[in-house]
Design a protein around this ligand. Structure first.
Ligand code: SAM
Length: 248
């Protein structure tokens, strides 16, 4: 019986591919790629000759059983997306889910993921965080999305597309106020990698001054709402005041 390898690929800097990813892509019988042309370029850069087939959002439900049949025939298959970790705002869920249901072998070959890469250098708390995917397309839903993210009380990481970033930041400002802190990470691992931390108002100004900065691949992060300081009840305060003189 074969194995499905879920292989992460670089999010920009090709030197980030792992040795194990290269070895896996070179040795499998088939590579399931989100876009075979895109993956073809990666493979040819590393001089890997392999058979690829398309597995994307529009066909993965139909293809999932086929993948399992091939695994059952003994073929090893690698699953890759255009960049980063497959399944993370990328295709692959239907296949991995069915593999697990049917007891097929699935194993990760880990590597870059834009969300984790951005978080690791954001300066925001990393002890508890949530990844909430792409922001919604409609303004009202987006405002609600930002409020929920903030109210969760933990760091939120989200993906944003270049043509929507300004509209999104305006919604963020409407929903949480101009002084809301945000971290913006752009073009991670690439030549024009940029991090910006500040208020949403400052970020809007920063991106408006140089619209070039709105281009490219973007991650947006939001700290969670701080927990309210627990107010000590008046009665407890009175008791403490009474006990204090008797404390050692
Ligand atoms: N599976 C990928 C991963 O593991 O990060 C994410 C794929 S998702 C379709 C693409 C989005 O990821 C982009 O719109 C952007 O928000 C984010 N992204 C991908 N590469 C990035 C990079 N180099 N810098 C910043 N964000 C990136």
């Amino acid at each position: 019986i074969g194995t499905l390898y879920v292989v992460a690929t670089p999010i920009g800097n090709l030197a980030d591919i792992s040795e194990r990813a290269l070895a896996t892509l070179s040795s499998v019988d088939l590579i399931a790629a989100e876009d075979t042309r895109h993956t073809g370029k990666l493979l040819s850069h590393f001089n890997i000759k392999a058979k690829t087939f398309a597995l994307h959002d529009h066909n993965e439900k139909q293809k999932a059983q086929q993948v399992i049949d091939w695994l059952n025939e003994g073929l090893d298959i690698a699953l890759v997306s255009d960049a980063g970790t497959p399944l993370i705002s990328d295709p692959g869920y239907a296949v991995v889910n069915l593999c697990r249901e049917q007891g097929a072998n699935v194993t990760p070959v880990p590597g870059a993921c834009a969300a984790i890469t951005a978080l690791s250098c954001s300066g925001l708390p990393t002890d508890r965080f949530q990844f909430i995917g792409f922001t919604p397309a409609k303004s009202h839903a987006r405002q609600q999305f930002f409020i929920e993210a903030f109210e969760s009380g933990i760091t939120s990481i989200m993906y944003e597309s270049t043509h929507r970033i300004m509209a999104s930041l305006n919604d963020l400002q409407t929903a949480l106020g101009a002084q809301q802190q945000v971290v913006f990470a752009k073009e991670l691992t690439k030549t024009y990698e940029t991090f910006f931390s500040g208020s949403v108002e400052q970020l809007i100004e920063f991106l408006t001054q140089d619209p070039q900065k709105q281009r490219g691949e973007l991650v947006l992060m939001l700290p969670g709402k701080a927990k309210q300081q627990q107010e000590i009840p008046a009665e407890a305060k009175r008791m403490l005041a009474l006990l204090e003189p008797q404390m050692p």
